[in-house]
Design a binder for this molecule. Sequence first.
Ligand SMILES: [Zn+2]
Length: 230
Amino acid sequence: MSDKIVILTGAGISAESGLGTFRDEGGLWAQHRIEDVATPEGFARDPILVHEFYNARRAQAAKAQPNAGHQALAQLAAQHPGEVVVITQNVDDLHEKAGSQGVIHMHGTLSGALCSACGHRWQAALAMQPQDSCPHCAGTTTRPDVVWFGEIPYAMQTIETHLAEADLFVSIGTSAQVYPAANFVQAAAAAGARTLEFNLEPSAMATRFDDCRYGPASKTLPRWVAEILG
Ligand SMILES: [Zn+2]
């Protein structure tokens, strides 16, 4: 089979590598409100707090290791005769650490810095500060290159094209409640793709998938990839 496989990954696959999310009890997110640390308004109110929050996440992600789920997807891309596209909502680089290439980070990356004045992007320092200046325009208008609530995710046109070309769409470890990612399964299905969900438990969108597999991605993905690769 040289089918085109389009994969969307979410927080669930990184959680198994120890990186939490705002939906988890405990951890980094539990100490903050989403509107304070993950919105443009929160950043405008208190840039020091927001930088400190992302600095802590960046340090945590730098130490995290990919798990068997990330590795299975990298193996799939390397050995499947057709195209494999990985789109992730995650801002860590665990797919890349596992060997995946060309990963589309629709919510940006912790490793990136962005100038909100001129749009220039560069490699983020491990610890960013509000007074950091943009290497392009010299403005002290630097922010983490992550997409916050209320902002438009990156690469949406590219993603739409991939979804329209998909033979198989796979959603992994995402609650599927955050738009526009929640619409991807419908877009892929409308274009004729089969759809498959991997999650710890059925998501809010589970009934829209042709097939679902439940359990930790580090267990379910290696099994599935072995089936696909035969
Ligand atoms: Zn700039």
